[in-house]
Design a protein around this ligand. Structure first.
Ligand code: AMP
Length: 566
């Protein structure tokens, strides 16, 4: 059997990998038997790398050596210093997560896998998409397609529905991003009509509200040293609030502090965040020219749509209950696997055609003449407009402003603002001009080509001398050249990554260490003893001993720990 193309949901909080086989999408389990791998990376005390559940436990016990939610900073210059020796970019951390998913898939197939479809938020810009590609490359994966997350969700949903003409809105609230997509489905053809989003709004912002609320309720408490437990307590309270009032509890300096929060208070605190959800919803409907009442369905995906207040707010906004039939954690990975099946031209999916749109307007900076002598500079001239169906290639012609100008500088931006200073700079291209007299004789044809993965290519053609120039984007450090990519490869190759077959024991140990940080007194002593015994068993390398110790540790943890992290 050929190894299939992987469908990967590289999430802010959790990542999943699936594939298309025997006419359906199948999720791959990791070494711990779960389909969810936390998108968390930690550096162990001996300098080796942990990814997934074990790393997530260490967010609490070793916050300085652990990184999470790095997807929010993809393509930025942010660096994570983990432990004393290691520094990572968000792409490198994502590569470690992708590498872990790849290893799980390889263990499932018993063969090497090389190709993947990876999902990204519809609102990821060009830089963030390129960063995602780099991350995959660093993990040894060849990206066959970047797929917008809501599109993936819609594919999972659409295929469950059979034929018929339908319009539906996908609302995807994950850990760190909110995406809205309007889809049209008719006779097996799915079309993305419009999409918008807010890539700084997600479930974590709701957790943050509880963290801040707790701080205000206990202004004298010194919370600096208990950030990890504070986050866990907030997360737990957030989930409890789905079914009524909740108590957020935390032990600080030996004292247990409590904050009781009622459902009504919670709703009021969340109102500004819920209100923010409206903006991209309205923009999507406006762009597609569709009235909310004519939607066949509103579909909720992403872990944070489990929040009762969110469901209620959406029901109120649309005047009906949204659909929540699919497992919000798995929907995107399933959609990615369906797309992977399509890419591999699986027979069962031949009839499904998919189109997608450009999430932003893309264009260049120009000057416009305001009077005989005056120009207003810094004006954005869109070439590809937001929500144009992709792939697309569009050309615009521009002229120099002055006689005998020596060069034409095209600065490329994305965004919707009239002035480029309010949009996002992507890069620039400088075109030397031959001698000429009249600007009218020196047209420059600027062609923007936007491919199905949302990557932009810019070509400038000068008919006057027949030259053609291509854009190389010079921005924010993610456009690695071959040498930089090689260096990053070597850096990751040198890392010691805990072997997959140790994942279970590593997670048990990390969980016990986390518990140690959270408890005090006798409990702590007892946990410390258990850790010492378990570590000694691991060091013995005697398989039977390790198995028995792991079993005991598992039972002990089940008894000691509440099952919040499970
Ligand atoms: P995702 O990135 O789609 O996995 O979504 C992760 C976000 O969903 C995080 O902010 C979680 O706190 C949130 N989440 C997951 N389960 C629940 C739940 N039962 N109630 C509230 N929020 C949840």
């Amino acid at each position: 059997m050929d190894t299939p193309i992987l469908g990967i949901d590289l999430g802010t909080t959790n990542s999943l990998v699936a594939y298309w086989q025997d006419g359906k999408a199948q999720l791959v389990k990791n070494a711990l038997g779960s389909v969810l791998t936390p998108s968390v990376v930690s550096v162990d005390d001996d300098g080796s790398i942990l990814v997934g559940a074990a790393a997530r436990e260490r967010l609490i016990s070793h916050p300085q050596a652990t990184a999470a939610s790095f997807k929010r900073y993809m393509g930025s210059s942010k660096r994570y210093r983990l432990g004393r020796r290691h520094e990572f970019s968000p792409e490198e951390l994502s590569a470690l997560v992708l590498g872990s998913l790849k290893a799980d898939a390889e263990a499932a197939f018993g063969a090497r896998v090389t190709d993947a479809v990876i999902t990204v938020p519809a609102y990821f810009n060009d830089t963030q998409r390129k960063a995602t590609r780099h991350a995959a490359e660093l993990a040894g994966l060849n990206v066959r397609r970047l797929l917008n997350e809501p599109t993936a969700a819609a594919m999972a949903y659409g295929l469950h529905q059979g034929d018929g003409d339908r319009k539906f809105l996908v609302l995807d609230l994950g850990g760190g991003t909110f995406d809205v997509t309007l889809l049209d489905m008719f006779s097996g053809i799915m079309e993305v009509r419009a999409s918008a989003g807010d890539n700084m709004l997600g479930g974590e912002d709701f957790t943050e509200l509880l963290i801040r609320g707790f701080g205000s309720a206990h202004p004298k408490a010194d919370l600096a040293g208990v950030q990890g437990p504070l986050y866990a307590a907030a997360e737990r309270a957030k989930q409890a609030l789905n079914s009524g009032d909740a108590d957020m509890q935390l032990t600080v300096g030996g004292e247990t502090l409590n904050w009781h929060i009622t459902g009504a208070d919670w709703e009021q605190r969340c109102a500004p965040l819920l209100e923010r959800c409206r903006t991209p919803i309205e923009q999507t409907l406006r762009d597609a020219g569709v009235r909310a009442a004519s939607l066949d369905d509103i579909i909720l995906v992403g872990g944070a749509t489990r929040m009762g207040i969110l469901r209620k707010a959406m029901a109120r906004l649309f005047g009906r209950f949204p659909t929540t039939g699919l497992n919000p954690d798995e929907t995107i990975a399933i959609g990615a696997a369906i797309q992977a099946g399509l890419v591999a031209q699986d027979q069962a999916l031949e009839e499904v055609v998919m189109t997608d749109v450009a999430p932003y307007s893309l264009g260049v900076e120009t000057s416009i003449q305001t009077s005989e002598q005056h120009y207003e500079s810094g004006v954005f001239s869109p070439i590809i407009e937001r929500n144009t169906v992709i792939p697309v290639s569009r050309m615009e012609t521009y002229y120099p402003i002055q006689n005998n100008q020596e060069a034409l500088l095209f600065k490329i931006y994305q965004g919707e603002a009239r002035l480029v200073r309010d949009n996002i700079y992507l890069g620039e291209i400088n075109i030397p001009l031959p001698d000429y007299r009249d600007p009218e004789q020196m047209p420059a044809e600027v062609r923007f080509t936007y491919d199905v993965s949302g990557l932009l290519e810019v070509d400038v053609h000068l008919p006057a001398d027949g030259s053609t120039h291509q854009l190389t984007i010079h921005n924010s450090g993610v456009n690695l050249d071959a040498a930089a990519l090689q260096a990053a490869h070597e850096k990751l190759a040198k890392l010691k990554i805990h072997p997959r077959d140790q994942a279970e024991n590593r997670t048990l140990l990390a969980r016990a260490e986390r518990l140690y940080t959270q408890r005090l007194g006798e409990d702590r002593q007892y946990i410390g003893q258990r850790i010492a015994i378990f570590t000694a068993a691991l060091n013995s390398q005697d398989e039977r001993l390790i198995r028995e110790a792991a079993q005991e540790m598992q039972e002990f943890l089940q008894h000691m720990d509440d099952d919040f992290w499970q």
